[in-house]
Design a protein around this ligand. Structure first.
Ligand code: MN
Length: 198
């Protein structure tokens, strides 16, 4: 069995004006598709080809750099499309709101910390909100297509929200203004989807 590109759960123009149509088309249809294609090629004839992506990432140090880069790319983007949504954003309530307030003091403190993690990631990578083994939430950032599920991650946990800070995620609309992209990201977070991952 090989990995496949998941369909977007909304139209490519659904996140306008925060994330533009052209960026969504290229990001999902070209970048994510390339991670899937290259992951399948890297796993061809390998016993790991039949394992789940989570299993692969948890043992990624024993596999090739191509599996790390493309397996991470496939997992990260599959999660990213799910935790975005049109007309979303705002301050989360319920279980996820309580968990964020409990871990970071307030939603504003959380927002500031996640933005800082994204802004201080030099070059390409991701900023994450994850749950550690004890159930506590933490923020981290990883280079390239790494993520907190990988055995090579500095801080390990279960990612419940991630934001892509590769230039391909924002350059067409925001050019070098990563801060503006990160501010816009908060307007399209699907908190119900994040809560479901908690
Ligand atoms: Mn990306």
């Amino acid at each position: 069995m090989s990995f496949t590109l998941p369909a977007l759960p909304y139209a490519t123009n659904a996140l306008e004006p925060h994330i533009d149509t052209k960026t969504m088309e290229i990001h999902h249809g070209k970048h994510h598709q390339a991670y899937v294609t290259n992951l399948n090629a890297a796993l061809e004839g390998n016993e790991w080809a039949s394992k789940s992506i989570e299993d692969i990432l948890a043992n990624v140090s024993t596999l090739s750099p191509a599996v790390r880069n493309n397996g991470g790319g496939h997992y990260n983007h599959s999660m990213f499309w799910q935790i975005l949504g049109p007309g979303k954003g705002g301050t989360p309530t319920g279980m996820i709101g309580d968990a964020i307030n409990g871990s970071f003091g307030s939603f504003d403190s959380f927002k500031e910390a996640l933005t800082k993690a994204g802004m201080t990631r030099f070059g390409s990578g991701w900023a994450w909100l994850s749950k550690d083994a004890s159930g506590k939430l933490f923020i981290s950032s990883t280079p390239n297509q790494d993520n907190p599920l990988m055995d090579v991650a500095e801080l390990k946990g279960n990612p419940i929200l991630g934001v892509d800070v590769w230039e391909h995620a924002y350059y067409l609309n925001y050019q070098n203004r990563r801060a503006d992209y990160l501010a816009a990201f908060f307007n399209v977070i699907n908190w119900d989807a994040v809560a479901a991952r908690l």
